[in-house]
Write a new protein. Structure first.
Length: 206
């Protein structure tokens, strides 16, 4: 009986010890400036001991001196240290002209230089249809499209081609701005469908 009680108590203690979270200890590396401050504080302490005087007061003052140097309280002004901007500094920044940076996030913004550089003209409806036909062919060759997907995508492109033909016959072989936009919207939709079909990991039946 006593043996069983001892086992129960031992297991209880083990469970309690494992349930208590251990605190993790993180070490912090000191910068060269902090090391220099501590060295200066220890040198002050050594000088005080060699000169005599009240060493206890100097020992108690050393940490406060180091903290004061660390946070810039007293001592020489360090030009490399970060400081809060004054109103005078803010006015200096406001008076300097600024230029807008153009990158991928500023898509709607065009600088005068950007408008003058020659760019490739947008693809025509026929060029886009040829491009999408080539993508369907490549998907077929790489076994990325099933037979049903291939048939569906080709039918979508054929419908756009037929719609373009109707528009051109009604307008003496030309497309209006609205008709071009409509056809491009349909081609955008078809292009997304081609991408999804080629990347959905479906394989044609062998």
């Amino acid at each position: 009986m006593a043996k069983r009680s001892f086992i129960v108590i031992a297991l209880t203690l083990i469970l309690l010890a494992s349930a208590v979270p251990l605190r993790s200890v993180h070490g912090v590396l000191m910068t060269p400036q902090e090391v220099a401050m501590l060295d200066a504080a220890s040198n002050d302490f050594a000088d005080g001991q060699s000169k005599g005087g009240n060493t206890i007061v100097k020992v108690l003052k050393a940490p406060f001196k180091a903290i004061g140097r660390l946070f810039g309280l007293g001592g020489k002004k360090d030009d490399n240290k970060l400081e809060r901007l004054s109103q005078k500094d803010v006015k200096k920044f406001e008076s300097v002209g600024a230029e807008r940076v153009v990158d991928a996030r500023t898509t709607g913004f065009q600088t005068p230089a950007a408008t003058q550089t020659p760019t490739d003209p947008p693809m025509t409806i026929n060029q886009r249809l040829e491009n999408q036909h080539d993508r369907i062919q490549a998907g077929t060759k790489d076994d990325q499209l099933t037979k049903g997907e291939r048939t569906h995508l080709r039918a979508d492109d054929a419908a756009v081609r037929a719609q373009e033909k109707v528009y051109r016959q009604a307008n003496d072989g030309k497309l209006t701005k609205g008709e071009k936009q409509q056809l491009n919207r349909e081609l955008n939709r078809d292009s997304r469908q081609i991408y999804r079909a080629r990347h959905n990991n479906r394989k044609p039946k062998s």
